[in-house]
Design a protein around this ligand. Structure first.
Ligand code: SAM
Length: 427
């Protein structure tokens, strides 16, 4: 199982009842309707003679899609160079696109009338009937795909609109600012996670780890963990680290935090000293068929690969302060500048400055950085959106794909409300 949050777009696309099914792998629109054939056919003199309505509509579809592609390319450029650097430009392009989508629906609405006209003109001439039937069958596929593109505009617009406001969205809201409803929900799921953790890990800590000053598998509250992980992922986005993002949980116990981090990062590793916990976490991950997470058996005080991670999380694996400090020093010495640390326990904040780490927000720290650099990073990350979970593009290609790709890299995805509205509308 790969922990990706599907945007649910496939379902949306198939709901249009027109495009290929989600499991049909099509590489491009051109594969659906080879455009050179279609264009050649529709432009040919014979076809213009035998199905003038189809030829006219095909030309208008081509013009429409060409215009949309140009707008999409321009908007994707703006998004890639940072929407906030071009205030107003994205909003302007958005308005133009909305108008063009509106025109597109008008073009589609003419199909029935033009087809009836071609049929009437061909009546009584079997060869011409055949030619115009063939032309309309081909064109219908293109119309279906265009409708699919246009129908998805509403969802794409909900993704683009918030990128025009230049607003900052806090990395971690203080608990006091959470709506009381959300606070209650977090509390309930924290208790539930604790219970599930208790059920999953009924092992007692091995004597070896206890003798070496280790803590047992005591979980950090799930909601606190997710806050920091979410903030860390937005920082990576602000740093333009989009690919092969790597997360490490030092002392992962049964591995619940690994699984929780999996939707955010490409690879999640857990380092664990207790052999029983290692086996348990491995068997849980195997059962989930999660190949993005792995458990490494080893001692945090001897591990040599801290430099290969973008985000390192450690929730006090060691009881004794002296050992904990030794581990912190080892991590920071090895980790590259720009690595993010999540250290949610008392004491780290007093040592952070000496370790060359600066606070970004909450329990999130930046290695090899001054407070000014950490503030700059926080500000940049606050400009990213909050939709940070790994999400594949739909396997049905759409004219909007470059926009979706660029927006996802900035933390903005098509919104749920639009999807729901769309699904209700098409039910
Ligand atoms: C407080 S629990 C944290 C569990 C989990 N990471 C979480 O946040 O919910 C500490 C974990 O660190 C492990 N541990 C203790 N000493 C360790 C060491 N020297 N190296 C690696 N892991 C260690 C323990 O076995 C335990 O699973």
């Amino acid at each position: 199982m790969r922990h990706v949050l599907c945007l649910g777009l496939e379902r949306m696309f198939c709901k249009a009842g027109s495009g290929p099914c989600a499991n049909e792998q099509t590489e491009s629109y051109a594969m659906l309707v080879p455009s050179h054939i279609a264009r050649h056919d529709f432009a040919s003199h014979d076809l213009v003679q035998s199905a003038p309505g189809a030829a006219r509509l095909a030309q208008r579809v081509d013009d429409q899609m060409h215009g949309l592609r140009n707008l999409v390319a321009e908007m994707a450029n703006v998004l890639q160079s940072g929407a906030d650097k071009h205030p107003g430009r994205l909003g302007h392009l958005l308005l133009q696109t909305r108008q063009m989508v509106h025109n597109g629906f008008r073009v589609l609405s003419e199909a029935g009338r033009l087809r009836a006209g071609d049929a009437a003109a061909a009546a009584g001439d079997p060869e011409r009937v055949l030619a115009q039937t063939h032309a309309w069958t081909q064109l219908t596929q293109r119309l279906h795909h265009m409708r699919l593109d246009l129908n998805n505009w509403a969802a794409v617009e909900t993704m683009l609109r918030p990128q025009t406001d230049g607003k900052r969205r806090p990395l971690i809201e203080p608990l006091s600012k959470l709506p009381s409803t959300a606070e209650t929900r977090e509390l309930v799921s924290d208790v539930l996670f604790d219970q599930i953790h208790g059920l999953l890990n009924q092992l007692t800590q091995s004597q070896e780890v206890l003798d070496n000053g280790g803590f047992a598998d005591i979980p950090l509250a799930q909601s606190l963990f997710l806050r920091s992980v979410h903030a860390a992922k937005r920082c990576l986005m602000a740093m333009q680290k989009h690919d092969d993002t790597r997360f490490l949980d030092v002392g992962c116990g049964a591995g619940i935090k690994l699984m929780s981090a999996a939707p955010f990062f490409d690879y999640c590793d857990g380092l664990e000293f207790d052999a029983g916990y290692v086996q348990l976490a491995q068997s849980i991950l195997r059962a989930l068929r999660d190949d993005s997470c792995q458990v490494i058996a080893g001692d945090a005080l001897e591990f040599d690969n801290y430099d290969t991670y973008d985000v390192i999380y450690f929730y006090r694996p060691l009881r004794e302060d002296a050992l904990l400090i030794e581990m912190e020093q080892r991590i920071v010495e090895q980790a590259s500048a720009g690595t993010l640390l999540i250290a949610p326990y008392r004491g780290f904040e007093h040592r952070a400055e000496d370790l060359g780490c600066a606070q970004v927000a909450g329990q999130l720290w930046l290695v090899g950085a001054s407070p000014r650099m950490a503030t700059q990073l926080r500000r940049a990350a606050e400009k990213t959106g909050t939709d940070v979970l790994l999400a594949p593009l739909s396997n049905v290609p759409l004219v909007w794909d470059p926009l979706i790709q660029a927006s996802l890299q900035n933390g903005f995805a098509p919104k749920m409300e639009a999807r729901n509205m769309y699904n209700q509308h098409n039910a």
